[in-house]
Design a protein around this ligand. Structure first.
Ligand code: NAP
Length: 354
């Protein structure tokens, strides 16, 4: 006996990745349901290599009998459907920003704070952090454990897939339009994204920050430590999949490059690739489809007493979204909903203790 799983937003970038990763990791399912808007009813989505699911409408779906929901339909939709699903007895692992900062909803990255999953009992909801936050905290946590991080300054270089399917289409069609001399019409992004970089991810707040920047700051503090000062500039770049981040860290205590490199090499979910030579670092195009968070360019920042610079890259649709949520589901299934189905493969990415 396994679990009944519903995937909400199954036709989207993240939703399709949920279905791929559930199948890849042999998550113990009895039944999987694909849900999206009424526009998509009857469309087919793949579940693993052999199975195809017909999409059903979220609006009219009855969640009775569903154990776990993996959701990514956008914040406004999650706000409405998640309470309905939890009322019917399902546990919702939500990828949107809607519940992330609520104090009684755990915000979880399994390599960093798996113990927070226990708090799912309060609301029946677990929030999956923002893609840029996830890859950064996986790299920061082992360093914070060593020398207490005081301040982080991050600039992100975010791929268009982080803004959904339509945004990927926009990069493709603008690139093509420029080659054939057609006019370029920005729709999903505020300015032309092809052959450009845009210092705006999501929308502006009154204080001049964008909502994406605000999420990176506040989610990092909620997951690791509220005493860390974080400041961010989030930039959209013409890359299809994979976010990169230039991260500057100031520690309270001494930290050497060697200790940082050793800690990151031993950290769950991290791969260090740092050869200080041409090609000796990781770029987004090389890691699309991979699970790990890659760290390169580890070097001292001599402008502060205990400073370090890193380059952090990950697949935003996998570790930045769907993989992180499936890892949460694996721990939930094994540690909290135990005795139902095979023990999932959680060990390789769990945080080492002791
Ligand atoms: N992409 C990332 O890297 C990433 C990372 C972390 C979190 N997220 C978050 O995940 C969410 C989705 O992102 P995405 O990239 O997958 O977007 P997407 O490719 O645009 O897909 C959106 C999905 O939501 C569904 N949907 C939209 N309105 C709906 C409604 N009223 N009822 C039911 N389903 C509805 C869509 O169904 P239809 O096809 O029927 O319209 C589609 O399946 C967003 O909140 C995003 O912020 C994304």
């Amino acid at each position: 006996m396994g679990f009944n799983v519903a995937v909400v937003g199954a036709t989207g970038n993240v939703g399709r990745e949920f279905l791929t990763i559930l199948a890849e990791r042999d998550f113990p399912v009895d039944n999987v349901v694909a849900l999206a808007s009424s526009r998509s009813v009857g469309k087919e989505v793949s579940f693993g290599e052999d199975d195809v699911l017909k999409v059903e409408a979220l609006d009219t779906f009855d969640f009775k009998g569903i154990d776990i929901v993996l959701s990514s339909p956008g914040s406004k939709v999650s706000a409405v459907f998640a309470p309905r699903a939890t009322k019917a007895g399902a546990i919702v692992i939500d990828n949107t920003s809607y519940f992330r900062m609520e104090p009684d909803v755990p915000l979880v990255v399994p390599e960093v704070n798996p113990e927070a999953i226990a708090q799912y009992q309060k609301r029946g909801i677990i929030a999956n952090p923002n893609c840029s936050t996830i890859q950064m905290v996986v790299a920061l946590k082992p360093l914070h454990d060593l020398a207490r991080i005081k301040r982080v300054v991050v600039a992100t270089y975010q791929s268009v897939s982080g803004a959904g399917r339509a945004a990927m289409d926009e990069l493709f069609s603008q690139t093509r339009a420029i080659y054939v001399n057609d006019p370029v019409k920005p729709e999903r992004f505020a300015k032309q994204i092809a052959f450009n970089v845009i210092p705006q991810c999501e929308v502006f707040r009154d204080d001049g920050w964008t909502t994406e920047e605000w999420k990176v700051v506040n989610e990092t503090r909620k997951i690791i430590d509220p005493d860390i000062a974080v400041t961010a500039t989030c930039v959209r770049v013409p890359v299809f999949i994979g976010h990169a981040e230039a991260v500057n860290i100031e520690f309270s205590r001494p930290m050497t490059e060697e200790r940082a490199r050793a800690a990151l090499r031993n950290a769950p979910g991290v791969v260090v690739l740092d050869h200080r030579a041409d090609e000796g670092y990781v770029t987004p195009a090389e890691i699309a489809g991979e699970d790990a968070v890659y760290v390169s360019r580890i070097r001292r920042d001599p402008t502060v007493p205990h400073g370090l610079n890193l380059w952090v890259v990950a697949d935003n649709l996998r570790k930045g979204a769907a993989l992180n949520a499936v890892q949460i589901a694996e721990i939930l299934a094994a540690d909290y909903l135990g005795g139902r189905g095979a023990r999932p493969k959680v060990e390789p990415l769990r945080r080492k203790t002791g």
